[in-house]
Design a protein around this ligand. Structure first.
Ligand code: ZN
Length: 294
């Protein structure tokens, strides 16, 4: 069985693993995200201790340059994360290992992982959305990760906020876009306490959050026509939020898309991830495998 390196690159930590399947990893390490040079250097050091590897897959926080014909392919595009704008992350791996490298966004990676071993099994077209410190979305269309012009930036969709919610949002680009209203930092600013402490005792918190997320899910149903939406991330741990978001999604759609998945089957249409915090590492393994098979 082929041996792969898997990298899940996040804004606060990089998780790296060596193995073939997520249930049987040979080694795993968590590395704090510091400078690109130091962080990638430690990734290389870890992977080289557990090789030889047949391929590497990297699911990375973005925005990223994913265009294979670009001179800056495999680098991070303009990001508020200090020191990371323009950082080449694929090139140093290629120099160190000389093996095929699969590279995609963290959310496309997670979608690939869920598609192989989790909540997207057997589906060709589905979305993976995460609501946490930021909001990101990716997915597969006809079996391949969505790229296009750059890659989807679902977190910055414009959605209506609840008519009774005066919070203006906190996205530096848009104010009350989806992320500006519904990500963890927005909730903390809006309610004066961390998102994980919000629940049934905070009047309107779940209602307002589900309103925004539900409209976003409806818009995604109407544009991408996914067979399923996997909705994860720390904020979705708020009790009752997933169910309330599903109800709001259906209300926003108004019965227009008349299929069982958006009727009696809605509980299996908008779902939580099955792999939990392992979907990114699982996705790195799939990216590595896809890099080998071309
Ligand atoms: Zn925005």
């Amino acid at each position: 069985m082929a041996l792969f390196g898997s990298i899940e690159g996040g804004g606060t930590k990089f998780v790296c693993a060596v193995g073939s399947v997520p249930d049987d990893l040979r080694a795993v390490v968590t590395i704090p995200t510091t400078t690109p040079e130091e962080t990638i250097g430690r990734v290389i050091s870890f992977l080289s201790q557990h090789g030889p590897l047949d391929a590497i897959g990297m699911a990375m926080f973005g925005p990223l340059d994913l265009n294979p014909s670009s001179t800056t392919y495999g680098s991070v595009r303009a990001t508020p994360k200090p020191g990371w704008t323009g950082a080449a992350v694929v090139a140093p791996l290629r120099r160190a290992f000389g093996v095929p490298i699969g590279f995609d966004t963290d959310v496309n990676g997670a979608a690939l992982g869920e598609g192989r071993w989790g909540a997207g099994r057997g589906l060709e077209t589905f979305l993976y959305i995460t609501v946490g410190t930021g909001i990101g979305g990716g997915g597969l269309v006809n079996g391949d990760p969505m790229h296009g012009l750059v890659h989807p930036e679902v977190g910055h969709l414009r959605v209506p906020r609840h008519p009774e919610d005066p919070f203006p949002g906190c996205c530096p680009f848009h104010g009350d876009c989806l992320e500006g209203l519904a990500a963890g930092p927005a909730l903390a600013e809006r309610w004066g306490r961390p998102a994980e402490d919000l629940g049934t005792d905070t009047e309107h918190a779940v209602e307002f959050e589900a309103y925004v997320l539900g409209h976003a899910m409806a818009n995604l149903v109407l544009t991408v026509s996914p067979e399923r939406i996997i909705l994860g991330g720390g904020v979705m741990g708020i009790p009752g939020l997933l169910d309330a978001t599903r109800r709001q999604m259906l209300e926003s759609l108004g019965g227009y898309v008349d299929v069982p998945a958006l009727g009696d089957g809605a509980r299996s249409f908008l779902v939580a991830p099955e792999l939990g915090d392992r979907s990114g590492i699982a996705g790195g393994l799939v990216l590595a495998e896809r890099a080998v098979s071309g």
